[in-house]
Design a protein around this ligand. Structure first.
Ligand code: AMP
Ligand code: ZN
Length: 459
């Protein structure tokens, strides 16, 4: 039985899917006005592990992810500029071009990280009518009031508003409350559902609505699209912990306010990736992109491995040294798998497979799952049984452990060196063979001697 920690009930619960084996999942996607950093990708890797683990355990997940391409203002409190317009001014491109460019960059990074594509990827700007319809439903139920700059949700009208938050969350919100908060709001927690285009200015992204020209508030897109694709109540909703206090709290308020039914049954949140003891964030300046990491000779999959070194509900430090350690571990694991590649397949070893699944079922405990993988590698199991187990684990790990194409696409210079090394070995000139191995190593490849001759595998 899969047990997952539910932020709403603050306990680990058995997964009780509404329509098993199907599992409806909504995962908040990126705001596409800038590059994502590896902190963001920690959350997306966690969600990918959830999807892959569910598949391995016999479920059929249906993952919806949104692309926020409008309406997310620079402050979480409905103030400031629209992030898309900020990106547009910064780069001298239209807001639409910015959205397209960073959506593609995000999807390319996800591919590099072996994150499975969402079953449904939906853009906020493609679903404005659904958002307007949801606001109208809320209006009919008396949850909405109007100020000079937009329509707001009256949080005092919903008795269990804020139920996703613990006392610490509420205190954190209070201490961070901005003095200059919008004076027209009835309560500090009220939030925008629709913002009017400021008079006399032409926004790049704006739509007609029953209340006048404008654009949707940030939270409403997720409620509208989750309901559109997964129904009014669905199984799991995910995101990073920073979304608990405002974004997810407000998604619950507007969805449950409109339908009177529970929105998501289980809420899962991944903890932060830290850099220099603080949350890695675009605003703080201290952040690393996937391209920075590649520029330093790391594979995106070294970072994926790194994400497995901490449980998703624990903070994880990012340093180049720890990433180096993850790179080495992944390389060793890959070497072990490639050695087994030609072994005849034997039935999977039940003990390791069961332990691996148990670790996943225990709230996606990846450090424990990796320990099982290493135990299997070091065990004296027959090669074929090891191989079958590791191939199964790889469907969740997705670290390209058995990927051959890297070796096949070996560069001609390396191929020549390998041949020269083979010659030296045939002549029993091991000093020369060793010298060549070191040269290949310096060029970024590991030499592996197998039954079918030597191969060079990119580090
Ligand atoms: P954003 O584009 O800011 O909405 O962020 C996209 C996703 O990344 C959200 O689910 C955030 O909660 C998550 N996120 C942002 N910063 C971090 C971080 N430092 N570590 C882990 N997740 C993060
Ligand atoms: Zn969302």
């Amino acid at each position: 039985m899969v047990r997952l920690y539910n932020s709403l009930t603050r306990t680990k619960e058995d997964l009780d899917a509404l329509c098993a084996p199907k599992v409806g999942l909504y995962t908040c996607g990126p705001t596409v006005y800038n590059d994502q950093h590896v902190g963001n990708y920690r959350t997306y890797v966690f969600e990918d592990i959830l999807v892959r683990a569910l598949k391995l355990l016999g479920y059929v997940p249906n993952r919806v992810m949104n692309i926020t391409d409008v309406g997310h203002l620079t402050s979480q409190g409905d103030e400031g500029e629209d992030k898309m317009e900020v990106g547009s001014a910064r780069e001298g491109k239209s807001a639409w071009e910015i959205a397209k460019f960073y959506t593609e960059a995000f999807l390319a990074d996800c591919r590099d990280l072996n994150i499975l594509p969402a079953d449904i990827l939906c853009r906020a700007t493609d679903h404005i009518p659904e958002q307007i319809a949801l606001i109208q439903r809320l209006e009919a139920k008396g949850f909405v009031y109007k100020t000079s700059d937009g329509l707001y949700f009256d949080t005092a009208k919903l008795p269990d508003y804020g139920k996703l938050m613990t006392r610490e969350h509420v205190e954190g919100l209070r201490s961070g409350a901005r003095v200059e908060a919008n004076a027209e709001k009835k309560h500090i927690t009220d939030f925008a559902l629709w913002k009017f285009s400021p008079a006399g200015t032409k926004r790049q992204m704006e739509w007609d609505s029953p209340w006048g020209k404008g654009f949707p508030g940030w939270h409403i897109e997720c409620s509208a699209m989750a309901m559109r694709f997964l129904g009014e109540t669905f199984d799991i909703h995910c995101g990073g912990v920073d979304h608990i206090t405002i974004h997810h709290t407000n998604e619950i308020a507007q969805s449950e306010g409109a339908t009177g039914k529970p929105f998501a049954k289980v809420w899962m949140h991944s903890e932060f990736l830290l850099m220099n003891n603080a949350k890695m964030a675009k605003s703080s300046g201290g952040f690393v992109r996937l391209s920075d990491l590649k520029g330093r000779g790391f594979s995106p999959l070294d970072y994926r491995y790194h994400c497995f070194t901490a449980h998703y509900r624990k903070q994880l430090d990012f340093t180049w040294e720890t990433l180096e350690a993850s790179k080495t571990s992944r390389r060793r694991l890959k070497e072990a798998c490639l050695m087994l590649k030609d072994e005849p397949s034997k039935p999977n070893c039940a003990e390791y497979a069961a332990r691996f699944k148990d670790a996943l079922c225990d709230d996606l405990n990846m450090p424990a799952a990796m320990a099982v993988v290493w135990d299997a590698v070091k065990s004296d199991l027959p090669g074929g049984a090891k191989r079958s187990f590791l191939e199964e684990a790889e469907t969740v790990l997705a670290l390209d452990l058995f990927r051959k194409d890297v070796e096949e696409a070996v560069d001609p210079e390396i191929a020549k060196l390998l041949a020269a090394r083979d010659d030296a070995r045939k002549r029993k000139d091991f000093t020369e063979a060793d010298r060549i191995r070191k040269v290949i190593d310096q060029l970024g490849y590991v030499v592996m001697d197998g039954m079918a001759g030597a191969k060079a595998v990119k580090k």
